[in-house]
Design a protein around this ligand. Structure first.
Ligand code: HEM
Length: 162
């Protein structure tokens, strides 16, 4: 198969990874946490959150790796690493930034202390802890959607920044 076909396949895999990953983040943000905040009993709220978000964390870990590998493969295939030095590829910086944040959270911070920290916080003051976790998810979702917008428009020739 020609190299260009591998590139196109990598792009398709990349986008499938993004759909499962950022789609999951969207579900957790707009549906799951919103619904959990309406659960009156703080203990069952936390238990449900840990069960459901824990399952998603598994999916998010796999899709983060797939998205990252296919993304770096495309950069290598296009020999386009110098895009990191060009402001018009701001969406590549944003994609990579989001990927670094999620990789850090999912593979380092969560297993090390974030899980325990949130559990303790939510046991002390559930409302505040869930408001905080909701806000963080909203910020990450907004940045992720901005990256998708920038990637799709930028990769197809729209230059918002010269
Ligand atoms: C290490 C992280 C990442 C790298 C190195 C990377 C790299 C790339 C590259 C090189 C392309 C092809 C651009 C082109 O054809 O000119 C691409 C496409 C794309 N990326 Fe990423 N990416 C990463 C993470 C992400 C993330 C986190 C998202 C979503 C939030 C994302 C969303 C997309 C989308 C939607 C496209 C398709 C654009 C299109 O062809 O219409 N990427 N990425």
């Amino acid at each position: 198969m020609e190299n260009y076909n591998y590139f196109v396949l990598a792009r398709a895999i990349h986008v499938i990874g993004v759909v499962l990953w950022i789609g999951g983040v969207a579900f957790v943000t707009t549906v799951l946490i919103t619904a959990l905040r309406q659960v009156a009993d703080p203990e069952s709220r936390l238990e449900l959150f840990e069960q459901l978000e824990g399952r998603f964390a598994f999916q998010a870990r796999i899709t983060t790796v797939i998205t990252g590998l296919s993304g770096f493969y495309m950069l290598e295939a296009m020999n386009a690493w110098e895009r990191y030095q060009q402001p018009q590829f701001w969406w590549l910086h944003l994609m990579t930034f989001i990927w670094i944040i999620f990789t850090l959270v999912l593979f380092v911070l969560e297993p090390l202390f974030l899980h325990r920290w949130f559990h303790e916080r939510a046991s002390r003051d559930s409302d505040r802890a869930f408001t905080l976790v909701h806000r963080m998810h909203r910020v990450l979702l907004t940045l992720s959607l901005l990256a998708v917008f920038g990637a799709v428009t930028g990769a197809h020739g729209l230059r918002l920044i010269q």
